[in-house]
Ligand binder design. Structure first.
Ligand code: GTP
Ligand code: MG
Length: 450
């Protein structure tokens, strides 16, 4: 996407298809003039008071009515984009929508790129980049927890934290550079010990934020759980029990599941992505072999491996050893199934996918494994985005290198280079410095009309 701020952009803001209403959005200087060319109502939109709604008709070049509509008029800076904008609510018919949009394009608007309205909100300074990213998260959140996390970021909690770290960093930087300017005079504005203290405080703050990432990632992206084990231990039965439906085929024949079956489960507001896999065993059957390969891939991608055993057969030591060759042991949850017909085992959680026994305990253990013991209040800034996490790590690295320079008693020049770099990494998060590449990467993932 080329970033042009001057055009008037147009797009459907509601989902395509039939509905009670469809909302078409226009944004950019002059959008009211443009809309006036096709709108017939009791007032001209250019003369309408800001933030008012007007009833009228949209007409084509032959003055034929396309639809009767309600138009909301927003004046900069009090709009979603921070620019003059207009929203047309028409009847929710794709044909009407297409006609209105074509008409607006004909009159000089340009079709908006994905995320371009939000991009403009960022470019006009209404929100910063971390908040713009949160808009996409708010829309895609499917659980309470992820919605709360996205909301927290959109409200600016992360941005405030970054801004305050950035301020202390810039203060340290300016004092360091001041000393550089007065190097001849041998003036000292900030003794090295104090500078080191200041930097260490910022590193501590960054560490606190970095520590929230495992939690943040979980609430934003959900938790991948691979259900694995030998054939016939009851993996598909367990998936079905979780989902309360006969999703996967269950049979007494070992090797029933051949492909990985993916389903989602909401546990206490957290999103769990469950993967029922093919039972793992040596096999000469080509299809089953492929299934076993896919099981392995599911294990690799899993945050938690639910290692299911058949309690009537005991613990499957061989398979366990194989799994922990490439998965950390703490991510493997040992579970024994079929305890309705066998004695409970000491080494893991005992359940029955048939009667539901032990499933509550299993669910709460799954939650513990995924979220750890950490919980954060709603007022805590949380890092949930890989881009932010990476930038914070880089900022920390630069600060650590500044600390090394201080301890080695290097001149201010060396220190200021690192402090400046750290500040720029923080700036990247909130978009004080960005490149077209960064922006494209972020906004391409949005839907059109947002
Ligand atoms: N008694 C009892 N039988 C169970 C339980 N869970 C599963 N079974 C039975 O065990 C057999 C295998 O169950 P599945 O769910 O198909 O096992 P699976 O692990 O998915 O098997 P594959 O897909 O072949 O790897 C079926 O006959 C189930 O009815 C349980 O908790 N108790
Ligand atoms: Mg199965």
């Amino acid at each position: 996407m080329k970033i042009f701020k001057e055009d008037i952009i147009v797009a459907l803001a509601t989902p395509p298809g039939e509905g009670a209403i469809s909302v078409i959005r226009l944004s950019g200087e002059g959008c009211a003039e443009l809309a006036d060319k096709v709108f017939r109502g009791s007032v001209k939109l250019t003369e309408a008071k800001p933030n008012t709604i007007h009833y009228g008709r949209i007409v084509n070049t032959e003055n034929e009515t396309i639809d009767d509509v309600l138009i909301s008029v927003f004046k900069a800076p009090h709009s979603y984009t921070g620019e003059d904008s207009i929203e047309i609510s028409a009847h929710g018919n794709p044909l009407i929508v297409e006609k209105i949009i074509s008409l607006l394009l004909e009159k000089g608007a340009r079709a908006a790129e994905p995320g371009e309205f939000t991009l403009r909100a960022f470019l006009s300074g209404r929100i910063d980049l971390a908040q713009a990213e949160a808009v996409a998260d708010v829309i895609s959140s499917r659980t309470e927890a992820s919605l709360r996390g996205a909301r927290n970021q959109l409200d600016g909690l992360l941005s405030q934290k970054i801004n305050s770290m950035r301020e202390s960093l810039l203060e340290a930087l300016s004092l360091t550079e001041l000393e550089l300017d007065f190097a001849e005079e041998d003036l000292e504005f900030l003794p090295y010990e104090e500078l080191e203290e200041k930097i260490k405080k910022i590193i501590e703050e960054i560490d606190k934020l970095l520590a929230t990432y495992s939690f943040g990632k979980v609430i934003r992206d959900g938790i991948n759980v691979a259900i694995v084990g030998k054939p016939n231990v009851g993996k598909s039965s367990l998936l079905n029990y979780f989902l309360k439906e006969q999703r996967a085929i269950v049979s007494e024949t070992p090797g029933t599941t051949r492909d990985v079956i993916r389903e989602e489960l909401n546990i206490d507001g957290f999103l769990f992505k469950l993967f029922d896999t093919a039972g793992i065993r040596e096999t000469s059957d080509n299809i089953e072999k492929e299934g076993v390969l896919r099981s392995r891939k599911a294990i690799e991608d899993a945050d938690v491996v639910l290692f299911l055993n058949d309690a009537t057969e005991g613990f499957d030591e061989d398979l366990y050893e194989k799994i922990i060759e490439f998965k950390p042991e703490e991510s493997v949850l040992v579970v024994f199934n079929k305890t309705d017909i066998a004695e409970p085992q000491a080494r893991g959680i005992n359940i029955s996918a048939k009667t539901g026994k032990g499933i509550d305990e299993l669910l709460s253990e799954l939650k513990n494994r995924a979220l750890g013991s950490k919980t954060y209040s709603e007022k805590t800034a949380i890092v949930s985005n890989a881009r932010h996490y990476k930038a914070l790590r880089q900022a920390k690295k630069s600060l650590e290198s500044a600390v090394v320079s201080i301890r080695e008693n290097m001149t201010q020049e060396f220190i200021s280079v690192d402090l400046r770099a750290a500040a720029e990494f923080l700036d990247e998060i909130i978009g004080k410095v960005t490149t077209d590449d960064i922006l494209n990467n972020i906004f391409d993932k949005f839907c059109i009309g947002k």
